[in-house]
Design a binder for this molecule. Structure first.
Ligand code: CDP
Length: 380
C-alpha cells in the first residue's frame, strides 16, 4: 500500500481518459441531434432535455452511442472503485480515518445519485415506450452502478477493518507492556543539519539514534588506508565507528565514493534495519532511510537547506573542531557529494514520497527541531 500513489495516479488517468473519450465519442452524435444522454449528471442535461432528445432519437444515433457507452460505463465504475479503495486505505492509514471516511462519502454519494438517475431514465424510457433497447441499456447501467456502489462500500469497510485491526493490535501491545518499535527516518543532503535534528528528536522521544553516514564514513576511512570497500563494509566493527578523523572533508568524499557501490550498501542494510526495529523507537539519519532502508517507517523527514547555508554551517563546525579548512573547499565538498549522492544508481538521495520536507535555510536549530517534532507527532 505504500506505493499506492502511482496506482492512484494511474486510475485517475484512466478515469480522466475515459471521460474524455466519452465526450469526444458522443459529442458529434449529440450535435447531430440523435442521442439521448442516459447519464444525466455526466452530460449535465436536465430530465426535460433528455425527454426532448428521446423524442428526437434516430436509429443511427442510438446504435453509435450504445456500443462505446456500454464499454465506458463498465470501465469507469471499476476505475473509480479501485481508486476509491486505495484512497480510503491511504487516507485512514496516513492521515486520519475521519478525513478518509468523509472523503470516501463523496464518491459514494456520487455513485448513489448516478445510479438513481439511471434508474429514472430507464423508467422514463419504459413509460414512454420509446425504445426497449434503450430502456434495457439504462437498466443495465443502473445494475452496473449498483454493483460498483456495493464494491465501493465493501472496500471502504475492508479498509476500515484493516485499520481497526492494526490499531487494536498496537493497543494490545502497549497494554501488555511490550515496547513498540517506532522508526523515524531522517534523510537529506550533506550538512543539512540532520545530525543535530536527529539527536534532538531522539532525546525528545527517548529513542535510540543512528547516524548512518558514520557507517559510510568508517568504510571510506578504511578505503583511504588501503582496504577493499566491500571487505571494509562487511567487516565493519563498533571500534571503526569511534575512529578519529571520520568527520573530515577527505573522509566525507571517500564515504560518498564508496556509497555508490551496491555491494557496499547491501553489506550495511541488515545492521541499519535491525537498529530501526529495536524496541522503544529509533531515529536513523542518512540519504536512503525513508526510501530504501525503512520504507515502512511511519515518520519520514527530509531535512534540507540551500548549499551555501549548509556549507557555512559545516565550515563553522569544522573550524570549531580545530580543522583547518577553507570556505570554498567546504562548499565544493558539499556540492560534489550532493551531486554524486543524487546521481548514483543505487539508493540515490531523494525525499520519500510521503516524507515531510523541512527546509532549514531560514530556521534556527530550535525552530528546525520543533518542526521535526511536530511532523513526527502528526504521524504518531
Ligand atoms: O554529515 P553529512 O550530511 O555531511 O554526511 P554523512 O551523513 O556523514 O554521510 C557521508 C556520506 O555517506 C554521504 O555523502 C553519502 O554519500 C553517504 N551516505 C549514504 O550514501 N547513505 C546514507 N544513508 C548515509 C550516508
Amino acid at each position: 500500500m505504500r506505493k499506492s500513489g502511482p496506482f492512484l495516479a494511474f486510475f485517475g488517468a484512466v478515469t480522466a481518459l475515459c471521460l474524455l473519450a466519452m465526450r469526444l465519442w458522443t459529442q458529434p452524435i449529440i450535435e447531430a441531434g440523435g442521442l439521448p444522454m442516459l447519464d444525466l449528471r455526466m452530460a449535465g442535461y436536465s430530465p426535460d432535455e433528455v425527454r426532448f432528445f428521446i423524442a428526437n432519437i434516430t436509429e443511427a444515433g442510438r446504435a453509435a452511442y450504445l456500443g462505446p457507452q456500454r464499454v465506458l460505463d463498465t470501465i469507469m465504475p471499476i476505475a473509480l472503485t479501485a481508486a476509491l479503495g486505495l484512497l480510503i486505505y491511504r487516507m485512514i492509514r496516513r492521515w486520519s480515518w475521519q478525513i478518509g471516511a468523509v472523503l470516501a462519502l463523496v464518491p459514494l454519494v456520487y455513485f448513489t445519485f448516478d445510479m438513481l438517475e439511471n434508474a429514472q431514465v430507464a423508467a422514463i424510457l419504459r413509460a414512454r415506450a420509446v425504445s426497449d433497447t434503450m430502456a434495457e441499456a439504462a437498466s443495465r447501467f443502473t445494475v452496473a452502478k449498483a454493483e460498483a456502489l456495493r464494491a465501493a462500500v465493501a472496500l471502504a469497510l475492508l479498509a476500515l477493518a484493516v485499520r481497526a485491526a492494526e490499531l487494536a493490535l498496537g493497543r494490545r501491545n502497549r497494554k501488555s507492556g511490550r515496547a513498540m518499535s517506532f522508526t523515524v527516518a531522517i534523510d537529506g543532503p550533506a550538512a543539512a543539519g540532520k545530525g543535530t535534528v536527529s539527536k534532538a528528536v531522539a532525546a525528545h522521544f527517548g529513542f535510540a539514534h543512528l547516524d548512518t553516514g558514520l557507517l559510510y564514513r568508517a568504510v571510506g576511512r578504511k578505503v583511504i588506508l588501503g582496504a577493499d570497500p566491500v571487505e571494509a563494509a562487511r567487516g565493519l566493527t563498533a571500534e571503526d565507528l569511534d575512529a578519529t578523523g571520520l568527520r573530515t572533508p577527505e573522509v566525507a568524499q571517500a564515504a560518498s565514493r564508496v556509497a555508490t557501490g551496491p555491494e557496499v550498501r547491501a553489506a550495511l542494510v541488515d545492521f541499519q534495519r535491525a537498529f530501526a526495529a529495536r524496541a522503544g523507537g529509533a531515529v536513523l539519519d542518512g540519504r536512503d532511510i525513508g526510501t530504501v532502508i525503512c520504507p515502512e517507517a511511519p515518520a519520514k523527514l527530509f531535512v534540507t537547506a540551500s548549499p551555501e547555508v549548509r556549507a557555512e554551517r559545516r565550515y563553522l563546525e569544522l573550524i570549531g573542531r580545530g580543522h583547518e579548512v577553507a570556505r570554498a573547499e567546504v562548499l565544493d565538498d558539499v556540492k560534489s557529494r550532493d551531486e554524486r549522492d543524487s546521481a548514483r544508481a543505487t539508493a540515490p538521495l531523494k525525499p520519500a514520497e510521503d516524507a515531510v520536507v523541512i527546509d532549514t535555510s531560514q530556521m534556527s536549530i530550535d525552530e528546525a527541531v520543533a518542526a521535526a517534532i511536530g511532523a513526527i507527532n502528526a504521524r504518531r
